[in-house]
Design a protein around this ligand. Structure first.
Ligand code: AHG
Ligand code: MN
Ligand code: MN
Length: 341
């Protein structure tokens, strides 16, 4: 192996040295999350041989059927993180309430939020899935930890990332100094830096949206997609391509690598819900990664990172990716007089 290989550990130590961008506890936290992702990656790889496929026969607080791997990944992340002394509490898409670090362990100053297994519908069909995580500092003005402490806007994040379990296992990370990508070297058991300072092209000819919901969309989203579909004969004057993996991690990863726009907008099926995706576990970490790579992320009306969460499992409309496209569709919302995402 070349001596030039930079492992995740070395990357983090260098981030810590460079003007103290990250604290020792945060470095530990990120390493622990990465180790948990390695464990999840091995479980995903075993598939049917490991008995990890299929439904767990339960539902989460959002009424979604839980897969075995949703619960396995959730357990792996909790067990890895609860004893190290770096965390105050965790929150997960798969748990009704926050998980406070048990009294027998020291409490740290960070809060960890995660979608343990993103793209659950793809588990059993061997398509890319992933883990998404987001880290905040616990407010310092009080002892103990409450659900309220988690309700911070995404711009307060101190680290965010995802791990995609695809043909390769790749970890994308930001601590506020651009986006770095690490590929899992299975022989060495380490994440190795394979790309730093990822940039999303500002323009694109590729969009990702679940087209089967078209008839339920609001007018600005319909207008944007209609114009893409008209291709070079329409107002955009160019042909577009469509991709939809149904795993946000895989769609966002593609956008980080070659540009594109990803949308999960509000729709009329459940008008009371702002969208399908969760603000704390999916939208915030992905929005920060995308912004750190030079892209944009809004809910149609507002920067996602400025949305003030009102509750733990809050949902939000998501439009993210190549800057000029996200600004265009956000502009269509503004023109239509839509002021709430
Ligand atoms: P999860 O598996 O964590 O519930 O998330 C699934 C999300 C996201 O990953 C994906 O983009 C979207 O749901 C897919 O939705 P459709 O089923 O509407 O395609
Ligand atoms: Mn998800
Ligand atoms: Mn999930």
């Amino acid at each position: 192996m070349s001596s030039h290989h930079i492992t995740l550990t070395r990357y983090l130590i260098e981030q810590q040295r460079a003007g103290g961008r990250i604290h020792g506890q945060l470095r530990l936290l990120i390493e622990v999350v990465a180790r948990a992702c390695k464990t999840i990656s091995h479980a995903v790889n075993k598939g049917a041989l490991g008995g990890v496929l299929g439904s767990a026969g339960s539902q989460n607080v959002q009424g979604e059927v839980q897969k075995k791997l949703d619960l396995i990944a959730n357990e792996v992340l909790i067990e890895a993180n609860e004893w190290g002394g770096h965390l105050a509490a965790m929150a997960s898409e798969e748990m009704d309430t926050i998980y406070t670090v048990p009294n027998r362990y020291p409490q740290g100053e960070y809060l960890l939020m995660f979608d343990p297994l993103d793209g659950s519908s793809n588990i059993d069909v061997n398509v890319s899935i992933g883990t998404i995580f987001s880290v905040f500092k616990k407010p310092e003005d009080h002892a103990g930890v409450t659900e309220q402490d988690f309700l911070q806007p995404g711009r307060n994040q101190v680290a965010a990332g995802y791990c995609v379990y695809g043909p390769q296992t790749t970890l994308a990370l930001t601590v506020g100094d651009g986006v770095a990508l690490f590929t899992l070297d299975r022989e060495q058991g380490t994440f190795v830096l394979t790309q730093d300072q990822v940039r999303i092209p500002e323009d694109t000819r590729e969009f990702a949206i679940n087209m089967s919901n078209q008839r339920h969309w609001a007018p600005p989203v319909r207008r944007y997609i209609d114009e893409c579909l008209q291709g070079r004969d329409g107002p955009r004057g160019k042909d577009f391509n469509m991709r939809w993996v149904a795993s946000m991690v895989a769609d966002v990863h593609r956008i980080l690598m070659r540009g594109g726009i990803f949308m999960y907008p509000w729709d009329q099926r459940e008008p009371g819900k702002p969208g399908k995706l969760r603000l704390l576990y999916e939208a915030n970490p992905m929005a920060w990664l995308v912004e750190q790579a030079g892209g944009s992320a809004t809910n149609g009306c507002q920067r996602i990172l400025d949305v003030q969460p009102q509750k733990l499992h809050e949902r939000v409309a998501v439009m993210l990716g190549s800057k000029n496209e996200v600004e265009r569709v956000t502009g269509y919302h503004r023109e239509a007089g839509q002021t709430q995402g």
